[in-house]
Design a protein around this ligand. Structure first.
Ligand code: C5P
Length: 222
């Protein structure tokens, strides 16, 4: 495809979501939050009371779950799971852990592949996830891998969740983040790793605007 894609991969809390959305806005490109797809399947599986240890049921769930995105009046991305607004539920650590568990099933990843590629539409796409540059859009002309120290990532998540009124402890979050990182990096299918041609940016101690500018600087001046 000649439609340009900028992939932004990295672990949870690396700032991917925030940075990707801002960069997409600045470029006037489409935005894919691929993690939301895995979270949506995890949440749908929870609603249907499916067993997280039953891969066949989860694969069916991945095929059957309708996942829609829309911007609300405030410009925030809302995610609809089977036509129900599940945005807030999707952001919980429970949904993240369920997503990470089902994301390790190869057939679930395959079920979501075409849906992700369908986001590649003119004038361009910013795609945020774990395997955007390695598996979903290997031919993307622009690839970034964002990292940050685990402590800083836990603190960012802590602030985000506290702002939303979710009660969590920093310590608990750090442990959950490390566990999820380990699972995402060690799984045999599409493990979290930088594409060979990805530019790595360590965002520890950097402000959002600085990272946005560093990412935009990778694209040709318009
Ligand atoms: O990015 P986010 O934290 O929303 O992703 C939730 C989980 O979904 C991750 O921990 C990972 O296991 C999975 N995921 C994935 N591949 C992606 C995006 C997310 O495996 N492209």
């Amino acid at each position: 495809s000649s439609i340009p894609v900028l992939t932004i991969d990295g672990p949870s809390g690396s700032g991917k979501g925030t940075i990707s959305r801002l960069v997409a806005q600045r470029l006037g490109w489409h935005y894919l939050d691929s993690g939301a797809l895995y979270r949506a399947v995890g949440v749908a599986a929870g609603w249907a009371d499916l067993d997280l240890a039953d891969p066949a049921a989860l694969v069916r769930c991945a095929f059957d779950t309708h996942i829609g995105f829309r911007d609300d009046e405030r410009g925030e991305l809302r995610v609809l799971v089977n036509e129900v607004d599940a945005t807030d539920e999707l952001r919980t650590e429970t949904a993240g852990a369920a997503a990470s568990a089902i994301a390790a099933i190869p057939e679930v990843r395959a079920a979501l592949k075409d849906r992700q590629r369908a986001f590649r539409q003119a004038p361009g796409l910013v795609a945020d996830g774990r395997d955007m540059g390695t598996v979903i859009f290997p031919d993307a002309p622009f690839k970034v891998f964002l990292t940050a120290s685990a402590d800083e990532r836990a603190e960012r998540r802590y602030k985000q969740l506290k702002d939303k009124g979710v009660s969590v402890t920093l310590d608990g979050l750090l442990r959950e983040i490390l566990a999820r990182d380990a699972r995402d990096a060690q799984r045999s299918v599409a493990p979290l790793r930088p594409a060979e041609d990805a530019v790595r940016i360590d965002t520890t101690g950097l402000g959002i605007d600085t990272v946005v500018e560093q990412v935009l600087a990778l694209l040709p001046a318009r």
